[in-house]
Design a protein around this ligand. Sequence first.
Ligand SMILES: NC(=O)c1ccc[n+]([C@@H]2O[C@H](COP(=O)([O-])OP(=O)(O)OC[C@H]3O[C@@H](n4cnc5c(N)ncnc54)[C@H](OP(=O)(O)O)[C@@H]3O)[C@@H](O)[C@H]2O)c1
Length: 292
Amino acid sequence: MSRIAFIGLGAMGSRMATRLLQAGHQVTVTNRTLTAAEPLSQLGASIASSPAEAARDADVVIAMVRDDEASRSIWTNSDHGALSTMNRSAIAVDMSTLTPEWTRELNVACHAVGISFVEAPVVGTRPHAENGALTVLAAGGQEVVEGLESIFSAFSSTTHFMGDVGSAAVTKLAVNSMFAIQVAALSDVLGMMGRSGISLEKSADVLSSMATASPAANFIAGRITAGVRDPNFPVELVAKDLDYAAKTVERQGGSNDQIQAALRAFEAALDSGFGGEDIGSVSRMNLDGLRS
Ligand SMILES: NC(=O)c1ccc[n+]([C@@H]2O[C@H](COP(=O)([O-])OP(=O)(O)OC[C@H]3O[C@@H](n4cnc5c(N)ncnc54)[C@H](OP(=O)(O)O)[C@@H]3O)[C@@H](O)[C@H]2O)c1
């Protein structure tokens, strides 16, 4: 079993680290807010006070943090960043949802100090992490990725190897854009049907039975109808990912009209104070006034 350092114990990271411990790995955990590490120490994790301390004796260092800024800090900060102490034979793995621009820069920073880097964002949300059912999108050296399978399999059921660093980050932003665009569209059409006097339940039921439906949109339609707001994938992270996707397309000189439209909808939900609620709360601006 590898010695793993796990950095970032938010909603996803805490569940993934738990699965690693349950699979018998030796795990040292750390988090910016260190209190989040305590429940994992009950499961056998060692606690380190910083990424640099966690990474010191690790074979594999995994990060699962919010965004590019957090990732930059935990890897490259000269005082507490993991790269400052990692063994040259160790592997750096970032599983956060990040921009391809940053992961390519991080790849260069790792190679400059002789460390292999793998980007490995995950598809799936909190229940998938808990049940070992995430999908990993991996990029970097193929043999290095293959060597990580015994670690990934603790919390995932599938790994897609995407190619060079940057390609997994782009794929992850593509998947989340497809998801968010569908949920934003669902919000518009449920609002249109509701204002026409059709009940939310009937609207969701009929839309979900059509050939135009998708499993992801159907799942969210069910949660919207049931009024479930507890986050699996919170609005604020959806907006972050759409912003990253929109900027990625902009840099490529491509068209991002649908991504921009969805981003505006999720930013409006953020402005309304729904940032901590589940993705379906983007529909609240359209539906709250219609609920009996
Ligand atoms: N939630 C999902 O459904 C889902 C699914 C797939 C992928 N993802 C992606 O996975 C990553 C983690 O998501 P999550 O749901 O676990 O988010 P989360 O619950 O908000 O946790 C964010 C983590 O990042 C840390 N962090 C934030 N800013 C930081 C900074 N400047 N420096 C150091 N650490 C910082 C937080 O530390 P503190 O505890 O100190 O705030 C926390 O550990 C994100 O990139 C997200 O987009 C999320």
